[in-house]
Write a new protein. Structure first.
Length: 399
């Protein structure tokens, strides 16, 4: 039963040094008066407790409000706690429409950044309902629960702030969708792994510089991806197939990649990769990390040598978006509940098609076009954008 809006209520705020028994003590004191709890919130920061309880007033004949106040104050004094009691009516006012989660990743998180984020929220007519820390490692991640401002508007406003402040800010709309089972699809080169696989192959073919230059131009969006792929693969013609194993051994996962995949799998997410690189590497990554989906181009190998050609349908910019949709259909997850992560121009369609597109240490063109950008080199920070805390990740690892 909800509290009538004109029913008298009391807000009791307790602040002071935390120790066991404070919450039990306060509510034992209130229980004597038969009060109902309307709302309650408690936080502990560096050993200091803030406990707020919104309760009904004592029924006539049981006690007066004055007697209740005196009892709470004397209980608080006995424990050297500060107590503040405010009279009012009803429950909290309803939160405004347009609820969002704003996640800020700082390395470090400066006071100026928090001030700017808060000002941007207020400037859009929004209100900050709650703030809490998601992680202190490897970055400081803080989540703001915001209401009263349209999510899209807030996202645009904060994207500008983020680039000025040099922090990463993600704005996602609140609601069940955020908690729903999801699918995460990642790019591979320079996203899941630190390397560009074709450059590793090129290293063995002695054409590293030539290939790197074409890759960089393609990723900046200056070259058609398919043309650049054929041009680069052609440079590998004649390479011994044994190089595949050497390249697999050279691949370095991005810091946080294992944590990200392991945690998402525990949460029941499905995880996939789509790559403009090669199945010769992505299949092995799929196996190693226990991924659900993987798609990439395949280097043609004949008589133990790379032919300099790829076989099958090319995974290009449009192909990546198509594969995201296909994985989502296979996983039975609506597109709105998908997350895509990538760094290159060929990831843009996929990032835009997903419910949440995350540009990961991306080229400027990609960063500007994506919903959200992460510019710290740790892939597990994506978990914070989904509202998962570091504590939850670590607790799951211990279990
Ligand atoms: Mg990439």
């Amino acid at each position: 039963m909800s509290t009538p809006s004109d029913a008298p209520t009391l807000l009791i705020k307790i602040f002071g040094k935390d120790r066991p028994g404070i919450t039990a003590g306060l509510f034992d004191t209130l229980a004597v008066y038969g009060l109902d709890v309307v709302d309650i919130e408690q936080t502990v920061t560096r050993g200091r407790i803030t406990l707020c309880a919104l309760v009904t007033v004592p029924a006539p004949g049981i006690a007066t409000e004055g007697e209740l106040r005196a009892t709470v104050h004397s209980w608080a004094e006995s424990l050297k706690l500060q107590a503040e009691i405010l009279s009012g009516t009803g429950d909290n006012p309803p939160r405004g429409h347009g609820r969002s989660h704003v996640t800020v990743l700082g390395h470090p998180l400066t006071s100026g950044s928090v001030a700017a984020v808060a000002a941007a929220v207020t400037g859009r007519g929004g209100n900050i309902d709650r703030i809490f820390r998601l992680a202190k490692y490897p970055v400081t991640a803080v989540e703001f629960a915001v209401s009263g401002a349209p999510t899209e508007e807030l996202r645009t406003a904060l994207a500008t702030e983020a680039s000025v402040l040099g922090v990463d800010i993600a704005v996602v709309s609140a609601g069940l969708q955020r908690r729903a089972q999801r699918l995460i699809v990642m790019d591979v080169d320079s996203t899941l792994i630190q390397d560009e696989v074709i450059e590793l192959f090129a290293g063995h073919a002695g054409c590293e510089d030539e290939v790197a230059e074409v890759t960089a131009r393609a990723m900046r969006g200056e070259l058609d991806f398919e043309q650049s792929l054929h041009a680069r693969v052609a440079l590998l013609a004649g390479l011994d197939a044994s190089v595949v194993d050497k390249v697999r051994a050279q691949v370095r996962l991005t810091p946080g990649a294992r944590t990200l995949v392991r945690t998402l799998k525990r949460l029941g997410y499905q995880v996939g990769v789509v790559s403009g690189g090669f199945t010769q590497v992505t299949d092995e990554l799929k196996e190693r990390l226990g991924l659900d989906f993987a798609a990439a181009n395949t280097l043609e190998i004949t008589d133990g040598k790379l032919t300099g050609r790829v076989t099958g349908e090319i995974v290009d910019r449009a192909g990546k978006a198509r594969l995201l949709k296909s994985f989502a259909a296979q996983a039975g997850v609506p597109l709105a509940q998908t997350v895509a992560i990538g760094d290159g121009a060929n990831d843009l369609d996929m990032l835009n098609a997903a419910g949440l597109g995350v540009a990961f240490n991306a080229k400027p063109l990609v960063r500007e076009a994506a919903h959200t950008a992460v510019n710290v080199p740790f892939l597990d920070t994506v978990l914070y954008l989904l509202g998962i805390t570091r504590e939850e990740v670590e607790a799951a690892d211990i279990e």
